[in-house]
Write a protein that binds this ligand. Sequence first.
Ligand SMILES: NC(=O)c1ccc[n+]([C@@H]2O[C@H](COP(=O)([O-])OP(=O)(O)OC[C@H]3O[C@@H](n4cnc5c(N)ncnc54)[C@H](OP(=O)(O)O)[C@@H]3O)[C@@H](O)[C@H]2O)c1
Length: 287
Amino acid sequence: MFHLAAALHDATAAQLTRVQLDAAMAAKLHGAEALARVTASMPLDLFVLFGSLAGVVGSAGQGNYAAANAALDAVARARRGPALLVDWGAWQGEGMARGLGGPALSPGAALAALDAALSADLTRVAISAGAAAVAPAVAGLAERLADAIGTGKRDVLAEAVDEIVGRILGLGGLVLERARPLTELGLDSLMAVELRNALGAAIGRTLPTSLVFDHPTAEALSVFLAAELGLVARTVPPPPAPPPMAVAPAASPADSHVGSTVGSPADDWDDDAALLLLERKLSHAGY
Ligand SMILES: NC(=O)c1ccc[n+]([C@@H]2O[C@H](COP(=O)([O-])OP(=O)(O)OC[C@H]3O[C@@H](n4cnc5c(N)ncnc54)[C@H](OP(=O)(O)O)[C@@H]3O)[C@@H](O)[C@H]2O)c1
């Protein structure tokens, strides 16, 4: 006996309605409870509940779905006789994770893992493609760059950059605005570190810690990485202009203050600009 019914009625916690909560619970929890009840005295070979990783690690905007999946644990444990709850990660192809992007199990791999879980004497298991799975646009990047000709190399690289950026931003199937600052698309500082590491891993280089600050859009990252890989000539930025230092004209000998500055950069800088400069200096110093 397998229970697979599920219904998505996504909403943030603040906007979740009773109706949305009930709908998620009806398909998952109440359905599984009903099956458990009517089959309680049947000598079943299998009693398998399909849950989701959302019930283990949560999922933004899916509090109802996460709770309904988490509650399946009680149904599996309460059952006399063998019962297995599988907390699935995303599957490829059709189904509720269709078009989400990111790592996903092929049906073959999912069924093989399910077979293995059924052979082991488990009550609960999580099965997912895991973070190690590499998206098609990123897998074998070096070989595909080598195979591509002319400007095609930059297209291959840009596709891989978009794939990585989209995954880290959790864009799912949404189109990435390549010219828009990533911070406006939701990138925070932890994501910036993850992005720098993922891009570095994809091209096999250690990239500067200030990467995303220096190249704040997907487009700018692609251009920088293309230069880094020698696909385009590197444009050397002009040296930064020296900070404006002006000697204030002395109004009178009495109040002259030779060497004082007018319009010091510190007057105009906010915390973000100061932090950015500090990060660049540390990066150039090898930290
Ligand atoms: N696909 C994935 O990547 C993935 C990942 C993690 C977990 N899972 C779990 O795996 C299971 C199957 O997923 P799926 O992708 O095949 O889902 P799906 O394509 O959305 O199918 C869900 C099925 O549940 C039925 N259903 C919804 N509410 C119901 C209710 N109240 N009573 C009876 N049936 C109801 C739907 O019927 P109608 O079409 O008639 O509404 C539909 O046939 C689900 O339990 C899901 O949580 C899937």
